[in-house]
Design a protein around this ligand. Structure first.
Ligand code: ADP
Ligand code: MG
Length: 945
């Protein structure tokens, strides 16, 4: 019943309860490579079968059986784009032209053919270009002039008057005459020939009394932000502005729309597709610039068809906004439905991917809740608002419109698990029902019809009443000529009858209209009621939301408190850490310093060790020498004793053999001899003390000449001693007993010390029978073998070329004495030999001994070398230099003790030591068969004053 006025928009709760399920179609794309494993089989044109790939089956013990899924229709790999369009999109385009909304989306894993299905490729245009083509094929001739329809900013459509539209057109032409001539310019090869002309489609019925206009918008939803792909922003190549996101709004009819979204009026398929391609390019550029993947975004192409009745004369669109009808078809290419892990996204990308999955998840949840509400009669809230995609299409699900989904699948085995999820979602989606859009005839259509019929539309309108009245035939003249006026009366009766009939008709019409109005009013009432209910419901929801918000606020408060506490804790921990760190640092520092100290002590210890070792070896050497000396001394003493005993024995023998009278004389010397050793053994010689205080002018001349007859010191035997004594001693004894007074007399004029020394020399000389002892003015004594060689014979000292024999016994110890004797041009010897002496005129003996304080002291005993007449060499000692190391602490103490010692033994030792050494040197002389050195071995202690 198309009579009567219907409201422009149907109420949100449709009056008819007819619903259609969401149309879900499945498209299986061909395998990328023929040898790939396939996991999908098309069983019939409504069913496919999924079987788990071999690897997966093995892994899960074959727990996955084949599963079948049914759809409204299944399109196999051979399906052409045209076939698909005919089945899936064509009805939606038909609906669009008949003022009904439609939603078509493609769903599936990346690479499953969503974009191929929606957009297609050259020669194989997808659903989108085909839909555009069909629209323009259908409404082409009935399109309104550009800018007659003008979108307001609230998702509505206005009708401009002719003049304004013309002005707008002129403006556009002047602005974009050169670049924008899409009809003349052959379009981008990328989208040229999307649809071949022979494939063109056309809608069945098109109201020719209406005027049409097509507007397209193209948006992208990425990471839950909406971007307008057709927005013309002045491009700044230096600093490109990032795209601004858009927000969703609800218009007065509770339809969601993208606020401020560009709506481009297009007049042909080419123009529309060019606009689409422009958006596509922009999308690609943005994706490259912002480094994002297009497979993660949803693209939404919205085709809006505005239609309005023509005015009475059929030339122009009726200037009435309320007469404009707008329907829209949304073509959505959803993001890939794969899980995040598959895309191997990281960091930011992961968050983005998460959001994309989130929006698909929300879609899933919405569909689930819708299905549950519809099947179980529950009234759960559908979370459309959780994502932009679902929010934007909310009206399709809870309002009216056709919803169709093409599930794209790639049969390759790799996608098996993802495909399984897609299938489950698709199956569920099919169970959701969406209200079928009601037929909405346009008022303009009605007007035409009524005008043509000439019937009244509105009784109250005076113009219409007048028209009606005028359409009545005028009453014939009603002047009755008489009662038998047969002409006038029947004519009048006839006219009145006619009028009566018309009146009856009018009453009928009136009643009918009244009834209609009544029903409309009732309908309005019910609408009002339902609106009120809706408002009530919304209020309830609002309350719920408020409660939720309150809860969340509380939760936020709690979390804030918690975070504050944690921060406080962190602060404390930080401080503790700092303290510990400081402790650690100081301990480390201490450790380091201790280690350094340890190292220092270790090195000190090592140094001490080496020093102690040196001292030990020194001491050892010292003591070895000391022992040697003592042994020597003891040996000499023993030899002396032996000699004395032998002497006594001899005397006894003489007594025994010669008789008592003859034996008188030798007794005395024997007594004298007796005394000597005893004296020596008892009291030490005081000479060293006087000698040490004297100038070191103790000369000792010797003749060094190897004598084979001279006995070696080591091989001195008692027999040889006796024989020597027997040969030489009697003379010396005689001389000794007589000469000393002479000598003493000769030395009388000398100083005391010299006299003492002279005495010593004398005493020393006593046993040297063949030698002549001569005391010179210097106080030197010289012992000679043979005639003395005068100092005149000294070698020439001219040119300063003194040559030294540097005698250093091997037993000498190397000391750290700073002042070491350095004699240039010297012949160094360990023992003096004649060859060396013959070459030199000076002799020095480096002699070491223990000083009174126990330290080693070095004496340089110097002498001059003389040639003896016999051709040998004689050394006259002229000087003694003493080098001595002193322990600054111990020296004074030791010296004092040695000086104050009751027996002065250290002195004696020193003296004895020099004596020993000298005697050793003397023992080596050549020449005389009676060695003076040997003699003096025997009488060192007789020099005691
Ligand atoms: P999606 O948009 O789902 O990521 P596409 O539509 O980009 O996938 O498809 C991936 C590739 O597969 C494209 O090269 C496309 O040409 C090809 N393709 C997809 N579906 C088909 C089909 N039905 N027939 C032939 N090629 C297809
Ligand atoms: Mg794609």
């Amino acid at each position: 019943n198309k009579s009567g006025k219907t409201p422009r928009r149907p109420p949100k709760k449709p009056s008819n309860n007819q619903k259609d399920p969401v149309g879900v179609y499945c498209r299986v794309r061909p395998l990328g490579a023929e040898d790939e494993e396939c996991c999908i089989e098309v069983i019939s044109n409504t069913t496919i079968q999924l079987h788990a790939p071999d690897g997966l089956k093995a892994n899960r013990n074959g727990e996955f059986k084949e599963t079948q899924y049914s759809f409204k229709k299944v399109f196999g790999i051979k399906t052409t784009q045209r076939e698909l369009f005919a089945d899936v999109a064509k009805p939606l385009v038909e609906d669009l032209i008949h003022c009904k909304n439609g939603l078509l989306f493609t769903y599936g894993v990346t690479g499953s053919g969503k974009t191929y299905t929606m957009t297609g490729s050259p020669g194989q245009g997808g659903l989108l270009p085909r839909s555009l083509d069909m629209i323009f094929n259908s409404i082409g001739p009935y399109q309104a002039k550009r800018y007659v329809f003008k979108p307001d900013d609230k998702n509505g459509m206005e009708v401009q008057n002719q003049v304004d539209a013309l002005l707008d057109r002129q403006k556009r032409d002047s602005q974009t005459s050169v670049p924008k001539t899409p009809t003349t310019r052959r379009i981008d090869p990328e989208f040229a020939d999307m649809i071949s002309p022979e494939e063109a489609c056309k809608a069945g019925e098109v109201d020719e009394d209406s005027s049409y206009s097509v507007f397209v918008s193209y948006i992208e939803i990425y990471n839950n932000y909406i971007y307008d792909l057709l927005e013309e922003t002045p491009f700044d190549p230096i600093k490109p502005k990032p795209p601004q996101s858009k927000i969703l709004r609800e218009d007065q009819n509770h339809n969601m729309y993208v606020a401020g979204c560009t709506e481009v009026e297009v007049k042909s398929t080419e123009e529309a597709f060019e606009v689409f391609w422009r958006g596509q390019k922009k999308r690609r550029i943005a994706n490259t610039q912002l480094n994002r993947e297009s497979s993660r975004s949803h693209s939404v192409f919205i085709i809006k068809l505005a239609q309005a009745p023509l005015d009475a004369d059929g030339d122009n669109v009726l200037q009435d906004k309320s007469q404009v009808n707008v329907s829209q078809l949304c073509l959505v290419d959803l993001a890939g439905s794969e899980r995040t892990s598959r895309t191997r996204a990281e960091g930011n990308r992961l968050r983005e991917a998460g959001n994309i999955n989130q929006s698909l998840m929300t879609l899933r949840t919405c569909i689930e809740v819708l299905r549950e509400n519809q099947m179980c009669g529950t009234n759960k809230m559908v979370p459309y608002r959780d994502s932009k995609v679902t929010h934007l299409f909310k009206n399709y699900f809870d309002g009216e419109g056709k919803v169709r989904m093409v599930v794209c699948v790639n049969p390759k085995a790799d996608d098996y698990e993802e495909t399984l999820l897609v299938m489950r979602f698709a199956e569920m989606t099919q169970e959701v029902e969406v209200a079928r859009p009601v037929d909405r005839p346009i008022c303009g259509f009605l007007t035409h019809r009524l005008e043509e019929r000439g019937g009244p539309v509105d009784g109250e309108s005076p113009t219409v009443l007048n028209q009606l009245l005028q359409s009545f035939h005028p009453l014939p003249p009603c002047e009755i000529s008489g009662p038998n006026d047969d002409v006038t009366l029947p004519r009048l009766i006839d006219a009145l009858e006619k009028r009566h009939k018309i009146r009856k008709l009018m009453v009928e019409e009136y009643n009918k209209t009244a009834n209609m109005l009544k029903s409309v009013l009732q309908e309005q009432d019910s609408n009002l009621l339902s609106k009120e209910n809706f408002i009530q419901e919304q209020r309830g929801r609002l309350g719920e939301k408020d409660k939720m918000i309150q809860n969340q606020k509380n939760e936020i408060d709690r979390l804030e408190k918690k975070s504050k506490m944690l921060e406080y804790k962190i602060d404390i921990l930080q401080k503790t850490t700092n303290i510990y760190e400081e402790d650690k640092r100081s301990l480390q520092h201490e450790l380091e310093s201790r280690e350094q100290r340890l190292q220092r002590e270790m090195s000190e210890k090592r140094r001490m060790e080496t020093r102690m070792q040196g001292i030990v070896t020194d001491a050892k050497l010292k003591w070895e020498k000391e022992c040697e000396r003592r042994v020597n001394a003891k040996q000499l003493e023993m030899q002396n004793k032996l000699w004395v005993k032998d002497e006594k024995l001899k005397q006894l023998k003489a007594i025994v053999t010669e008789g008592k009278t003859e034996n008188r004389q030798p007794q005395r010397p024997s007594r004298e001899k007796d005394k000597v050793p005893a004296k020596r053994s008892v009291s030490p010689s005081p000479v060293p003390s006087s000698l040490s205080s004297l100038e070191p002018i103790y000369n000792f001349s010797q003749t060094v000449r190897p004598d084979p007859h001279f006995p070696r010191p080591g091989s001195v035997s008692v027999a040889s001693c006796i024989s020597e004594w027997e040969q030489g001693v009697p003379h010396s004894r005689r001389q000794g007993s007589q000469s000393p007074p002479d000598s003493r007399k000769r030395a009388q004029g000398l100083p005391d010390s010299l006299r003492r020394r002279r005495g010593r020399c004398w005493a020393r000389e006593v046993p040297v029978q063949p030698a002549e002892v001569d005391l010179e003015e210097t106080g030197h004594w010289v012992s000679r073998t043979g005639p003395l060689v005068r100092p005149l014979h000294r070698r020439s000292h001219s040119a300063g070329g003194e040559r030294w024999v540097d005698h250093k016994p091997t037993t000498n110890v190397d000391l750290d004495t700073v002042l070491q004797p350095n004699i240039p041009n010297a012949i160094k010897v360990n023992a003096p030999n004649e060859k060396a002496l013959s070459k030199c005129d000076k002799y020095v003996l480096t002699h070491q001994e223990f000083a009174s304080d126990g330290e080693i002291q070095t004496k340089l005993i110097k002498g001059e070398v003389f040639k003896t007449r016999g051709g040998g060499q004689a050394v006259q000692f002229t000087d003694i230099e003493t080098l001595k190391q002193e322990n600054p602490v111990a020296a004074s103490r030791k010296r004092r003790s040695s000086e104050t010692g009751p027996d002065g033994e250290p002195m004696e030792r020193n003296w004895t030591n020099v004596e020993t050494r000298c005697s050793v040197a003397v023992e080596m002389r050549a020449g005389s068969n009676l060695g003076p050195g040997y003699q003096h071995h025997g009488y060192p202690k007789r020099r005691k004053p």
